[in-house]
Design a protein around this ligand. Sequence first.
Ligand SMILES: [Zn+2]
Length: 386
Amino acid sequence: MKTTLKTYTAGEVCKGFVYNELEGKGLYGLSGRLTIQPEYQRNYIYADGKKDVAVVQSALHQYPLGVFYFNKTDDDRLEVLDGQQRITSLGRFITGKLAIIDDGGIPQYFTSLSPELQACILSTPLLVYECEGTEDEIRRWFETVNIAGEPLNPQELLNAVYSGEFVTLAKQEFSNSQNANVQKWSHFIKGAANRQDFLERALQWVSRGDVEGYMSRHRHDTNINELRTYFNSVIDWIDAVFIDIEREMRGREWGRLYETYHHTPYNPQEVREQVQQLYGDPYVKDRKGIFEYVLGGCKDQRLLDIRIFDEATKRSVYKLQTEKAIAHGESNCPLCALGHSANRTKIWKPSEMDADHVAAWSKGGATDIKNCQMLCRTHNQAKGNR
Ligand SMILES: [Zn+2]
């Protein structure tokens, strides 16, 4: 990769600055030669009244704004590789779209600054590396440079590397917070549209986890039909099986669950009752596991992390059991006492025993002292059922 270090002023870079209020992105600078937000770039996420203002304040105080990277394209235009957010903040300020608050608490627009301060902002030097290189080189650069402020997340990196019509269409569908479906998707998927979380999930689902391979194979596609169809199939399936929306549904591995269970027939009414019962069960510690537990036919209790006996209960059961065992000359593990081995009369130490549900939780056994017995490690593990 060939890089040339150049210095522009903020005034030059922001000349002809165009800001798209609707999409929240800066479009052009350098009198039209610079594309501030190439399609593959993330959305402008500095517009929170803090980071964008901090950029302007830094310029006002002549603090360094860090290094910028531009990519020189074949037609001798420039695209911002890194620095889009800083440039957009400066551009918005210079064009009167953003105010800073002065020491007296009064909002200050660019035009209300003294001519000296205006000149100071416009002459702020921006240190720019202009890069020319192959896709691979640009990509390696993306992966190694540690970007100040808000680092690109892995999906943003992939969008940059595999930019093209496919990514553009996919972003229109999955990265647009104005999309009316986002709210529905948020029931099942964690994250924010503009940070590419929905796009990432959609790609993970359709690719069974090989997002990069999928993006590389489909890079030159002119539609996203498969991606969209698969994503909607997963969402529709969750919707059909689970009647109620629960908070813990958010962020589950729905792609994997869909792959594993979508050929299994379910009675949604029955599923609903099972889920509700587990939600009401005080021994279920991990509600996130309820959905997979029910989908799997209520078998794998490890998914629910069933509450176990507390230390005080275990100690008092141990004491009772052991006193009785000594009096009868048998083991304090009731199962050892039934056997014929040398352990028949062995008195185990507390550290050698574990608490066990006499009646299993899955069969309605409670986690209270009446349903607790201490077993030696071996017998407890053999019984397996907490
Ligand atoms: Zn035993």
